[in-house]
Design a protein around this ligand. Structure first.
Ligand SMILES: Cc1cc2nc3c(=O)[nH]c(=O)nc-3n(C[C@H](O)[C@H](O)[C@H](O)COP(=O)(O)OP(=O)(O)OC[C@H]3O[C@@H](n4cnc5c(N)ncnc54)[C@H](O)[C@@H]3O)c2cc1C
Ligand code: SF4
Length: 332
């Protein structure tokens, strides 16, 4: 681990100024905010993350959840995953988020992990975490050994010839289905980014995973007003029942009218380079009566552009079954 400067921010402006100052004072300096530390500290110990300045944001007033006057839920970036998952309002109105959070990591990790940190957690691709190997995401232009190597847990959707790493988060999949927005504070002020625009495809710049700029601070996640009558389900398939990342997961939200699916939202995890919203699957479902044949058709639409590798081709069938089962649960 390389040496780094450490400071603590007590208010949002101070954090942003410290982030901007550290970036400009030392050209090319990597500044990182630390929240729960469950991703960042691991990666610093592995020498994958090599910040020259770490800013502790745990004292910022961002650990509250409140309902806005127009009925949205405003979640502070420092709200711990365990607290968010067990909040009665979240369990009642955004059950898919609670289920996704509780499916992630372990109790101890969820007690530390924060909303902002979970959004920005990094891939679990083994080559990314091993500095003795090439990796375009860690060292742009060095190559991607995963494409012809060990790729069992990697992506079949949204891939490029430069990177096939999955976004490993459970929470992000639920936030995608809920159409959350991310509130970001930076040196140019505050902006709100719909989650669908927040995550980038790897393309030829896999090192860039989100629209975050150096020194940007996530302050809140906003959830739209709960959808009247919506039924939802989060299903995670993995190698063991807990403390394991998804091989495939599905977050679905549907409303039913007169026995037909009136609206559908489908987001998938574990199979794509970013939390994956499938409008193709949603279109296949909308206006139709729920049935196994219909859910199969939606899964077919989801996977039409899948590009599997030798080690992860099984994910096509796994993802199909995952989506069919999640839709079966949500419409039962
Ligand atoms: C053994 C293990 C198993 C796990 N299993 C799962 C799993 O099954 N499912 C799952 O979804 N996750 C899993 N995780 C990942 C875990 O959910 C994340 O590590 C956690 O959510 C990250 O949150 P944090 O607050 O600890 O982030 P940190 O480690 O503090 O930060 C992560 C990144 O976000 C940045 N950051 C943090 N907060 C902000 C902010 N407000 N603004 C700007 N930048 C910020 C940091 O600079 C850093 O780059 C697992 C982790 C471990 C170690
Ligand atoms: S898949 Fe992405 S993260 Fe993994 S080795 Fe290739 S470039 Fe690196």
């Amino acid at each position: 681990m390389q040496t780094f400067a450490f400071s603590r921010a007590n208010d949002i402006q101070q954090a942003i100024q410290a982030g901007a100052h550290a970036s400009t004072a030392q050209q090319g300096a990597e500044v990182r905010y630390v929240a729960g530390g469950t991703t960042l500290i691991d990666l610093m110990k592995l020498d994958v993350e090599r910040p020259s300045h770490v800013i502790d944001i745990n004292h910022l007033p961002l650990n509250q959840v409140e309902t806005t006057p127009d009925g949205r839920l405003k979640i502070g970036a420092l709200v711990r995953n365990a607290d968010l998952a067990t909040l009665p309002e979240v369990q009642r109105n955004y059950a898919v988020l609670s289920q996704a959070l509780l499916a992630g990591a372990s109790g101890q990790l969820r007690n530390m992990a924060t909303t902002g940190g979970n959004l920005l957690q990094r891939t679990r691709c083994v080559y990314f975490r091993d500095t003795h190997t090439a990796c375009n995401k860690r060292e742009p232009g060095s190559g991607c050994p995963a494409i012809d190597g060990y790729n069992r847990n990697l992506a079949i959707l949204g891939v490029s010839e430069h990177c096939i790493a999955t976004n490993p988060s459970d929470m992000n999949v639920a936030l995608m289905a809920l159409e959350a927005s991310i509130v970001i504070h930076g040196s140019k002020g505050e902006r709100q980014v719909p989650i669908n625009d927040f995550f980038l495809l790897p393309g030829d710049t896999p090192q860039r995973e989100t629209v975050m700029e150096p020194g940007d601070l996530i302050t809140y996640v906003l959830l739209p007003k709960p959808q009247q009558g919506a039924r939802s389900h989060y299903l995670k398939l993995r190698d063991r029942a807990s403390y394991e990342f998804a091989l495939a997961s599905a977050a679905v939200l549907v409303t039913l009218q007169g026995g037909n699916i009136a609206t559908a939202r489908v987001a998938m995890g574990g199979i794509a380079t970013r939390p994956w919203r499938s409008q193709e699957a949603e279109q296949a479902l909308t206006g139709q009566a729920p049935s196994q044949a219909l859910f199969d058709k939606a899964a077919h639409a989801l996977l039409a552009d899948a590009k599997p590798q030798r080690g992860n081709a099984f994910k096509q069938e796994l993802a199909r079954r995952c989506l069919v089962q999640a839709l079966t649960e949500a419409t039962a």
